[in-house]
Design a protein around this ligand. Structure first.
Ligand code: ADP
Length: 728
């Protein structure tokens, strides 16, 4: 300071700067922040373009560690290390015209410029601790007072650097961890920071949590203002942003939680780092037009990949608005951080994948209509899906907890089990031969239900048996279809065989022997009746299959029911020999809108049944009138209807069969019906035909006393004219 010979005012000014600069250097802050503050203070006074502090810290490793700090908003021109080395040899160097060019970065077309330069060695005692350099426009001169000011700061700076070095020497971090992959030595402070992160990473299993911690620490320890971490999708060639900090929201749109911003890895430093699998640094993005910066206003960028199994699983990108904000030291730190993050990230990704597939399988398990249960070797149900409880009639509320098979299962199902032994034997057999698959058809009553239980052994990864998986399906419908099919085959073959046997028997007799004319007439009548039965059976089957396939279309006309009555009596002539058919037909009947042939078939079926199921001499009444509201069942559709009824005094139908006679192939099973024969198709065809017309059919009956079958037909809305009215 002795060299300062300044006017008093100027001296006061410079002293004030010196005082402020000294305070900055001695502040309780990380060295990097203190240096930046120092540059700001000096810039106000010296009006330099940019500044650099190179210092050599004593490290725990043999030799020293070089650190460099750059001022904010530096010149895009590289510093000349040759000049710095000359200053390091001991001389303060001041030049008005150094030439700065971009020769160090080929391809960047910046004009070569001249600059003013000031370089001051930082000495304290016999040692050199660093070099402080300034560059300014060459039209601007550094004043001698500036050189003195910087020289006066040198001891303070040397102390700060030495202190930083001592701190590093005293750091407990293991020296052997200090080598980064690039061969640079990390300072013990950096190692300490990494060790602290390591401890946190060890305990982390969540990918998001882990990436958030990495980003926070990376920002904190490199001084970056913004940053992000993306997972790398190698198949799509994209970066999937997972966490980010410090960027404006519009930069990466606020997407719903289940969406992640995806970017092509063809653009930007992060993409390049991910593709190349190595850390990259750009000191000033404005000099790299081919590399669009990650954030607006970014000058310096650093991107470091986290390599898992040799390729980038994630990439960390850091931004600063200051050019040269990151140097070799930050790069080395980020490399080391990414190396340490590799295994925890690998583990977290695996864990997340495992969680996601478990979650997916859980959803499949819960939503399957098949009842599934995992049962351990002691029969304890470890896990069961809702369908399992529903199929067993438990509807979620578990009566036993824990639930055991077969004890609790048999107890739950006992009132409905047709044969409890079946179930217990099934479980005992599974226990006896644990490696075998087993299937059981379980018949339940009230309501009737058929369950198919498949029991298969489960294994752990060592192929040791851990228990069983039960899969339960409701096969009631399949069972019913199977039953119907068998019944159909037996009924049809019986119905075919009976008339065919009589036809063959009688024709054989007629061919081989002589009979009286009366006998011949009787035999031929029988053959005729039996052939009629066969023809009816074939007719029924054809009708049934056409109705089932939805192929029957009505040919509807406005018609009078009176005409139908006359035609039917002629048709039924031969069958009515043993019964009396009476008519109760209202003299005035409203015209109906019907398919004449189909309605004749309906009435014919009902009359045939009345004849079939009534004793000889029985009275059968065919009734026809307009339906009154009180005649119809409660669920009958509204409107005007004609009512047709067939009453008989036959065998009648028991109440439990009354609702089932409409089912296809359903036949009341008793000695009478077995003797009489039939396919069980007539009434289901009849009902389908009535309903096609928009009417309803129902029956009333008393066992042993006769039955009444009723059906309705819609009354035509226009006067009877014999004209077809629209329908097909
Ligand atoms: P099928 O008469 O060919 O057996 P249907 O479908 O016509 O078939 O009738 C189903 C069952 O309804 C018959 O098997 C019979 O048991 C019963 N049934 C139908 N009509 C009458 C009736 N008028 N009197 C008594 N039982 C009847």
């Amino acid at each position: 300071m002795a060299a300062m010979a300044l006017p008093t005012d100027r001296a006061t000014e410079v002293l004030a700067v010196l005082a402020e600069a000294t305070c900055s250097i001695l502040a309780e802050q990380p060295l990097q922040q203190r240096v930046h503050r120092l540059f700001e203070v000096l810039r106000a006074e010296m009006r330099f373009r940019d500044a650099r502090l190179t210092c050599w810290l004593q490290s725990a490793m043999p030799g020293t560690v070089r650190q460099q700090f750059y001022s904010v908003d530096g010149w895009p021109y590289p510093w000349d290390d040759e000049l710095m080395r000359r200053v390091a040899l001991g001389e303060t160097l001041e030049s008005r015209t150094i030439v700065v060019s971009n020769a160090a970065a080929p391809g960047e077309h910046l004009p070569t410029v001249q600059a003013a330069y000031l370089g001051v060695p930082i000495r304290w005692g016999p040692r050199l601790w660093g070099v402080l350099e300034f560059r300014a426009e060459h039209t601007h001169c550094f004043e001698p007072a500036h050189r003195d000011l910087v020289s006066a700061l040198a001891p303070q700076l040397a102390i700060a650097v030495a202190r930083e070095g001592r701190q590093l020497v005293e750091s407990p971090a293991g020296a052997s961890d200090g080598e980064t992959p690039a061969g640079l030595t990390l300072t013990p402070l950096r190692q300490q920071q990494l060790a602290a992160i390591d401890r946190r990473l060890e305990a982390m299993l969540g990918v998001h949590e882990l990436l958030s911690l990495l980003l926070r620490r990376a920002l904190e320890h490199t001084g970056a203002e913004s940053g992000a971490i993306a997972l790398v999708d190698h198949e799509a060639g994209e970066l999937v942003i997972h966490v980010y900090e410090g960027y404006p929201h519009e930069q990466w749109r606020q997407l719903p939680a289940h969406h992640r911003q995806r970017l092509s890895w063809d653009r930007g430093l992060a993409g390049r780092a991910a593709r190349l699998g190595r850390a990259l640094l750009v000191r000033d993005v404005t000099l790299q037009p081919d590399l669009p910066p990650a954030g607006p206003g970014a000058r310096a960028e650093l991107a470091a990949p986290i390599l898992v199994e040799g390729r980038a699983a994630a990439v960390i990108i850091l931004d600063s608005s200051r050019s040269n904000a990151f140097g070799e030291e930050e790069l080395a730190f980020m490399r080391a951080l990414c190396e340490r993050a590799a295994y925890p990230l690998h583990r977290a990704i695996h864990y997340q994948n495992a969680l996601e597939s478990a979650n997916y399988l859980g959803q499949v398990f819960a939503s399957l209509p098949t009842g599934l249960a995992l049962i351990d070797t002691n029969g304890k149900v470890l896990r069961a899906n809702p369908a399992w409880y529903a199929l067993l009639g438990m509807h979620g509320e578990r009566s036993h907890d824990p639930f055991h098979v077969p004890i609790d299962l048999v107890e739950t199902l006992l009132p409905r089990l047709q044969d409890p032994l079946h179930l217990t034997e099934f479980c005992a057999a599974s226990l006896h031969s644990p490696t075998e698959n087993r299937i059981l058809r379980l018949h339940l009553v009230n309501p009737t239900q058929e369950l198919q239980i498949l029991s298969a052994p489960t294994h752990d990864s060592q192929r040791r048996i851990t228990g069983r998986l039960w899969a339960i399906n409701d096969v009631t419908r399949e069972g019913e279809a199977e039953r119907l099919k068998n019944e159909f085959v037996s009924i049809v073959s019986h119905e075919l065989r009976t008339p065919l046997t009589s036809i063959l028997g009688y024709t054989e007799l007629l061919l081989n022997r002589e009979f009286t004319a009366e006998e011949r007439r009787q035999f031929i009548t029988t053959v005729y009746v039996e052939a009629g039965r066969l023809s009816q059976l074939v007719e029924d089957l054809l009708n049934f299959s056409r109705l089932e396939a939805g192929k029957v279309k009505l040919n509807q006309w406005v018609t009078s029911l009176h005409g139908i009555v006359t035609e039917l009596t002629t048709q039924l002539h031969t069958q009515l020999e043993r019964h009396r058919l009476l008519f109760d037909v209202a003299p005035v009947l409203p015209p109906v809108f019907i398919d004449r042939d189909k309605v004749k078939q309906i009435i014919f079926n009902l009359l045939t049944n009345a004849i079939k199921y009534s004793p000889r001499g029985g009275e059968i009444i065919l009734e026809m009138r307009e339906a009154q509201r009180g005649d119809l069942p409660g669920d009958h559709p509204p409107g005007r209807f004609a009512l047709v009824a067939v009453h008989d005094q036959g065998i009648g139908i028991a109440p439990e069969d009354l609702s089932r006679i409409w089912e296809r192939f359903y036949r009341v099973d008793n000695t009478n019906t077995r003797r009489i024969g039939g396919t069980g198709l007539g009434l289901s065809i009849t009902r389908a035909l009535v309903e096609l017309h928009g009417g309803r059919i129902w029956a009333e009956s008393e066992l042993g006393h006769g039955s009444s079958f009723f059906f309705t037909l819609p009354v035509a809305t226009e006067p009877a004219s014999g004209k077809k009215s629209g329908a097909t």
